[in-house]
Design a protein around this ligand. Structure first.
Ligand code: HC1
Ligand code: SF4
Length: 570
């Protein structure tokens, strides 16, 4: 143990403790900008500097460890002055257009600048670089980048994709796409994890709110919106709502006031995905000698982009089922247009997703099969929806809860857990059991696949058939799992992969809560909702049963193939 003194507190801490962690033990919070625990402890921003008695130079507290007898000052005049100059230097490379920035009020650089009382920019120089990649779902603004390297570290260490790198030297140092190519040409999965870990507005999603506003203002359009499972766990975070207040029904009330005509649930088509994907899996399992295993789930477009670029020979092992988002789009512009008796071209279909890659997915030509333009016209992230609601001055905390619309507002608990890692697998197994045996299992029979581990596996026996399953979330884990399959180290029948750590609950389009990884807490909300739902099985959703009776026939029918399946290699 080591005895030290921090800001006049004497404390004993284990050897090897960083000064930042030692201060935390005394409830002293040292400001930091580039730091991410375990990932980015490089002292690049020099905001976390502290003074040590007897030493001339200040030291960074995130990557210097305590020594016996050290006397540390975390907020002395010398520290405050240095911190201020360091942030002013960072701001000299930053555009400081806070009023027009998507991260305004949720920006660590803005908070620290304010806290340090910076009201002038003595080192400001003219920036010349152009804004970048308008049109691509992921937008980067060089003038807001502060070279903290967080995006590089998340992409390297968690996602193992290495899209970002340092370019140039000295005052020309920038963060840019590795290999000096444009982002559109890179293997970016669009998982959006670089966005949620950026401390400023240098990385963000393409903003598509205007297109929705235009459709809402068009009297010719019927505007419908689908809400993804994981959005109900997080949308209230910016508004300061407690999780019990921020329900999907309160979000429905807010969206109605924004002007949407029909509010539906993506979980409805998550049930449909289970019907199709589950039936496809059983069919392929019965034909095992002619099929290549494992079969992979296909609802995460970040994962699809990853497999296409990193393991193209495995694309044919993906389930052909479209994602719930795209199934919803196809059903909305066919079956629902028929129910409403309106021309599909008059339907404008919006989705709210915790995801940036879903913007790309909706643009892929092969997934658009309803025959009237795009099946999903616009995808908004959870963050965009929060901005949309704020722009309408809606006081969400005073809204009542309101029901979603029928028939696509009805979903099973199995569908709702899609938003957590392992949820798609659990939902599929519940219905696969029914498809094989004709009986329902205990709805919690497959709960072994829950939890935040990045790579999970289990074996289940359904009526004498042994099914080996695995689940990975985070692309670094996905890469390890695939390499183990290739080397023959492991063997599975069915594998769920989600690009974002923790699944969509931790999605790249979710609210940004500095320094917190909330996938676990948000997933608990989903498992709670599943438990409370009267319908725990996708095959028991009455709207799904009716949709097959009235329109699709049966799972894997010709109509289903036309609307709900796609060749992933396109
Ligand atoms: Fe997801 Fe899915 S679970 S992919 O994370 O299969 O985005 O929530 O909507 O499509 O249902 C995302 C979430 C979402 C789809 C479903
Ligand atoms: Fe999108 Fe979910 Fe996949 Fe992340 S895990 S890329 S949020 S679909």
């Amino acid at each position: 143990m080591v005895n030290i003194n921090i800001d006049k507190y004497s404390i004993e801490v284990p050897e090897g403790t960083t000064i930042m962690d030692a201060a935390k033990k005394c409830h002293i919070s040292i400001p930091k900008l580039c730091y991410m625990e375990g990932l980015n402890e490089i002292g690049a921003c020099r905001v976390c500097v502290v003074e040590i008695e007897g030493r001339e130079r200040l030291v960074t507290s995130c990557n210097n460890v305590v020594e016996e007898g050290m006397v540390i000052y975390t907020n002395s005049p010398k520290v405050r002055e240095a911190r201020k100059v360091n942030v002013e230097l960072i701001l000299s490379q930053h555009d400081s257009n806070c009023a027009t920035c998507v991260r305004s009020r949720n920006c660590l650089l803005q908070t620290i600048s304010n806290d340090l009382g910076i009201i002038d920019l003595p080192y400001k120089k003219k920036l010349s670089k152009e804004k970048w990649t308008e049109g691509f779902p992921l937008v980067r603004d060089y003038e807001k980048c502060i070279k903290c390297m967080r995006c590089i570290q998340v992409c390297d260490k968690i996602q193992d994709l290495h899209i970002w790198d340092v370019a140039g030297t000295g005052s020309r140092t920038d963060v840019d796409v590795s290999g000096n190519i444009r982002i559109e040409e890179s293997n970016c999965s669009l998982c959006g994890q670089c966005i949620t870990h950026c401390p400023t507005g240098a990385l963000r999603e393409r903003d598509d709110i205007d297109q929705v506003m235009q459709a809402l203002a068009d009297p010719e359009k019927t505007v419908l919106v689908q809400i993804a499972p994981a959005v109900r766990t997080s949308w209230g975070e910016y508004f300061g709502l407690k999780r019990e207040q921020a329900t999907v029904k309160r979000l429905a009330a807010a969206l109605r006031r924004v002007g949407f005509d029909y509010i539906f649930d993506t979980s409805f088509t998550a049930d449909l995905t289970i019907m199709e994907e589950g039936s496809e899996f059983i069919k392929r399992l019965k034909n095992k000698e002619n099929e290549k295993f494992p079969i992979f789930t296909s609802c995460c477009p970040g994962w699809i982009r990853f497999v296409k670029s990193q393991h193209p020979d495995m694309v044919k092992q993906l389930s052909t089922a479209k994602s719930p988002q795209q199934m919803f789009g196809a059903i909305a512009k066919t079956y629902y247009a028929k129910l409403l008796n309106i021309d599909p071209s008059k339907i404008f279909s919006v989705s709210i997703m915790p995801c940036v890659a879903k913007k790309y997915e909706a643009e892929v030509p092969a997934v658009n099969s309803a025959g009237s333009g795009r099946d999903v016209d616009v995808v908004l992230t959870t963050r965009e929806v929060e901005r949309l609601i704020r722009s309408e001055n809606i006081q969400v905390e005073h809204l009542p809860e309101e029901e979603l619309d029928t028939p696509f507002g009805i979903a099973s608990g199995a569908a709702v857990i899609f938003g957590a890692t392992g949820g798609v697998m659990e939902a599929a197994l519940r219905s696969a059991y029914y498809l094989v045996t004709g009986k329902n299992p205990d709805p919690d029979a497959f709960k072994d696949v829950r939890g935040m581990d990045g790579w999970k596996e289990s074996v289940f026996n359904i009526d004498g058939i042994e099914i080996k399953v695995a689940i990975a979330s985070g692309l670094g884990n996905a890469r390890k799992l695939i390499e183990a399959i290739r080397s023959g180290e492991v063997e599975y029948d069915f594998v769920e992969i989600m690009a974002c750590p923790g699944g969509c609950a931790g999605g790249g389009g979710q609210p940004i809560c500095e320094g917190q990884e909330l996938a676990c807490e948000r997933s608990e909300v989903l498992y709670g909702l599943d438990k409370l739902n009267e319908i725990r099985f996708s095959h028991e959703n009455p709207s799904i049963i009716k949709c097959y009776e009235d329109y699709l026939g049966e799972p894997l029918s010709e109509k289903s193939h036309e609307l709900l399946h796609t060749d992933k290699s396109e």
